[in-house]
Design a protein. Structure first.
Length: 252
């Protein structure tokens, strides 16, 4: 445990009196280590202020309350008796949710000299502009996107083609399961009808063509599923080669 500074309360009050706008200081002593958590868990900092509060037992701290719900956390800087650390606290309104902080740059805190006048000038110049910008961004996100941006479900379709990746590397589907409107697209992209296997198959060397198939079929409103075939203990089927069979166009 670090030795408590005796000048933190006076420093925080002097700092509040010198910052631009109207600020008040709220000083608090901690009877035990856990008492510092409620405030430090709200720190809007990923730098050395976060390091200080996570590595040291702080016996006291202060929070400055300013205009537009701005709050600044003030604490000792252990091993630096001539400095304090000051960091923004994240907005704590009930309508502020975690996704509102997404892609908002952390304003982070700074170390300041123990002289309140010099510290206030440094905070006004280096910390408050970043803090105000980040706070505005979060509040704007909360106003325009109150709920998390969940990914939408895929559109419902009337016809679906399920392609199976077979153990020999071929990609295909049983003939009877292929929608009539999808068959020409399969032929165009190299799928072949193998009557002895009753399936449309794309030989392994050409499996990359599936990308073009998916693009065209989804544009037609036909969903495409891709699955692995179930393992089997029966004799393996002959490999689906590019020369196995000529396309046989059949309709029903």
């Amino acid at each position: 445990m670090t030795s408590p500074r005796t000048d933190l309360a006076a420093f925080a009050a002097g700092l509040a009196a010198r910052l631009p706008g109207t600020w008040t200081s709220q000083y608090q002593r901690h009877a035990q280590y856990a008492d510092q958590f409620p405030r430090t868990q709200q720190l809007w900092d990923t730098g050395h202020v976060d390091y200080v509060v996570s590595q040291y037992v702080l016996t006291h701290d202060a929070v400055l309350h300013g205009p537009a719900d701005q709050r600044l956390y003030v604490a000792d800087r252990p091993r630096y008796p001539h400095q304090f650390v000051v960091a923004p606290l994240a907005p704590a309104s009930t309508h502020i949710k975690p996704h509102h902080f997404a892609e908002v740059e952390e304003p982070n805190g700074i170390a300041v000299p123990k002289d309140p006048a010099r510290a206030a000038a440094r905070i006004a110049r280096r910390l408050l502009p970043r803090y105000e910008q980040a706070l505005h961004a979060v509040l704007d996100n909360a106003a325009h996107q109150p709920e998390p941006p969940h990914r939408p479900a895929p559109p419902q379709v009337d016809q679906v083609l399920t392609l199976t990746l077979y153990s020999d590397g071929a990609l295909g589907a049983p003939y009877a399961s292929v929608p009539v409107d999808a068959r020409m697209t399969l032929y165009t992209h190299g799928f072949q009808y193998h009557p002895h296997q009753a399936a449309f198959l794309l030989p392994a060397p050409y499996a990359l063509r599936i990308h073009g198939v998916v693009q065209q079929l989804t544009a037609q409103g036909i969903g495409v599923n891709l699955r692995h075939s179930a393992p089997t203990t029966s004799a393996p089927l002959p490999p689906a080669s590019a020369k196995a069979a000529s396309p046989i166009r059949r309709t029903r």
